[in-house]
Write a protein that binds this ligand. Structure first.
Ligand SMILES: *Cc1c(COP(=O)(O)O)cnc(C)c1O
Length: 408
C-alpha cells in the first residue's frame, strides 16, 4: 500500500500541522486554534472549519461508504474505511488538545480505546521484540499481553508506582505507560521513563484516558504516542465508544494507519461527530469534575471505615508530587476500600446520585466494586468512584449518607 493510499500524503493529518485538506463536503479549510489560547477556548474551537456563509459551525456527520471518485483513485476521500471528513475534523480537534503547536503530530481516531491501544502495539511490535506493560493497568491489558505473546513478542510487566518499569527496560522496543493507572490511580514520571526508554532505543506510549489531554499532554513530556479511550471523560456522556492515537513519528503513524485500515476498527461517523460536539464542553466538565472529585476525596479522608484512599490531587496522596509536576488537572476518579465486600455492596446500593455502573468520566457519577470483574488485583471492598457534574454539596452528602447507611 502506498503512502497516498494510506491517506497521509494529502495533508489531512489530524495533528496540529497545516490543514490543507478538504474539511467536509464544502471543502472548508480547518481553522487552527491560536497559539497560546486557553484550554476552554481551545476546547470550543478545536477542529472547526473556517467559517463559511450558510454553513454550520461544526458540519454534521458525513455518512459515506464511498465517495465520488472519477479517474485516478487519489484522496483525500476515497473509501469509508480509510477516510471520512467527520473523522478529519475530530482528529484535528484531538490533535489541538494533545499536541498543540506540534506540527509533526498526527492523530487517528478508532472505534474504541482498545482498538487504538491494539493499533499501536500490534503495528509497532514484531516477533522477537520486547514490550514493557504495566501490571496494574486497564483490565484488558492481560488479554493483550497473551495475544502479543502468542505472536512471539516478549512481554515484561512492572507496577506503575515508583517508576518500576525502569528496571525492565533493557532491550525493550516499546514501553507502555498508563498514568494515572486505572483503577489504582498510581502515577509514574512520564518524562523520566521516556528519557530512559529513548536512551535504550525504545518507543514510549502513554494511555492518557484517565487524565484527558487537559490533565496531561504526554507528547510534551517526551512520549512518542498518546493513546486514549474517548469513551470516558473525553466525550463524557457515557453514550459512545471511541479511541484515538496521537503520534509524532510519520513512519510509526503510517503503520498505525495501515493497522486501522487492515483491521477496520473505525468509528462510525455519528460517534465521531458526537465526540467532536462533546469536546466543546471538555474544559468545563474536567474542571468541575476534578474540583468535585477533590471535595469527595477530602470528605472520604475523614471517614474511619475508608482505607487505601487514592486521588492524585490530594496533597498527601503518595502520587501527588509527581502528579503535580506533569498534570494540570487530576481527573474525576477517586478510589478507596471499604472493610468488606458486603459493606461495599451496601454502600453502592445506598447511593442515590451515583449509578452502580462501570466506566468513568461521564457527567453522571458512577461507582462500582471493581473486584466484581475479577481482573484487577484489588481488595474485595475496593470501590472506583467516578465523579460527575452534579452539585458538589449534593454529591458529597450522598456519599456520606450512603456510608452511614451501609454501616449496619
Ligand atoms: C476504558 C479504558 C480503555 C479501553 O477503552 P474502550 O473505549 O472501552 O475500548 C483503555 N484504557 C483505559 C485506561 C481505560 O480506562
Amino acid at each position: 500500500m502506498s503512502e497516498s493510499a494510506a491517506g497521509d500524503a494529502h495533508g489531512v493529518t489530524g495533528g496540529a500541522g497545516p490543514a490543507t485538506g478538504a474539511a467536509g463536503r464544502a471543502g472548508r479549510e480547518i481553522a487552527p486554534v491560536a497559539a497560546g489560547a486557553g484550554d476552554g477556548t481551545r476546547a470550543v474551537r478545536a477542529g472547526l472549519p473556517e467559517p463559511a456563509k450558510y454553513e454550520p459551525t461544526l458540519p454534521g456527520p458525513v455518512f459515506a461508504a464511498h465517495y465520488h471518485l472519477p479517474g485516478e483513485p487519489t484522496g483525500p476521500y476515497t473509501y469509508g474505511r480509510d477516510e471520512n471528513p467527520t473523522w478529519t475534523l475530530l482528529e484535528r480537534a484531538v490533535g489541538e488538545l494533545e499536541a498543540p503547536g506540534q506540527g509533526g503530530a498526527e492523530t487517528l481516531v478508532f472505534a474504541s480505546g482498545m482498538a487504538a491501544i491494539s493499533a499501536v502495539l500490534f503495528s509497532q511490535l514484531r516477533a522477537g521484540d520486547v514490550c514493557v506493560l504495566p501490571d496494574d493497568g486497564y483490565q484488558a491489558l492481560p488479554l493483550v499481553r497473551a495475544q502479543l505473546e502468542a505472536y512471539g513478542i516478549e512481554v515484561r510487566t512492572a507496577p506503575t508506582g515508583g517508576d518500576a518499569q525502569l528496571d525492565v527496560l533493557d532491550g525493550a522496543k516499546l514501553l507502555w505507560i498508563e498514568t494515572p493507572s486505572n483503577p489504582g490511580l498510581d502515577v509514574c514520571d512520564i518524562r523520566r521513563l521516556a528519557e530512559a526508554a529513548h536512551a535504550r532505543g525504545a518507543l514510549v506510549a502513554v494511555d492518557n484516558t484517565l487524565a484527558t489531554p487537559l490533565g496531561q499532554r504526554p507528547l510534551e513530556l517526551g512520549a512518542d504516542f498518546a493513546v486514549a479511550s474517548g469513551t470516558k471523560q473525553l466525550t463524557g456522556h457515557g453514550d459512545i465508544l471511541l479511541g484515538y492515537v496521537v503520534g509524532r513519528g510519520p513512519e510509526a503513524m503510517a503503520a498505525v494507519r495501515r493497522w486501522r485500515k487492515i483491521v477496520g476498527a473505525i468509528p462510525g461517523p455519528m460517534e465521531a461527530w458526537l465526540a467532536h460536539r462533546s469536546i466543546a464542553t471538555l474544559q468545563m466538565r474536567v474542571d468541575r469534575q476534578s474540583a468535585t472529585a477533590l471535595a469527595v476525596a477530602e470528605a472520604l479522608r475523614e471517614r474511619p471505615e475508608v482505607t487505601g484512599l487514592r486521588y492524585p490531587g490530594l496533597p498527601d496522596d503518595p502520587a501527588h508530587k509527581i502528579a503535580a509536576r506533569q498534570m494540570r488537572r487530576y481527573g474525576c476518579v477517586v478510589s478507596f476500600t471499604l472493610p468488606t465486600r458486603a459493606r461495599a455492596d451496601r454502600f453502592l446500593d445506598a447511593l442515590r446520585l451515583v449509578d452502580d455502573a462501570t466506566s468513568f468520566g461521564g457527567v453522571r457519577s458512577t461507582a462500582e466494586r471493581r473486584g466484581r470483574w475479577g481482573g484487577d488485583a484489588v481488595p474485595e471492598g475496593f470501590i472506583r468512584l467516578s465523579v460527575g457534574a452534579e452539585d458538589r454539596e449534593d454529591l458529597v452528602a450522598d456519599v456520606l449518607r450512603a456510608l452511614d447507611a451501609s454501616a449496619a
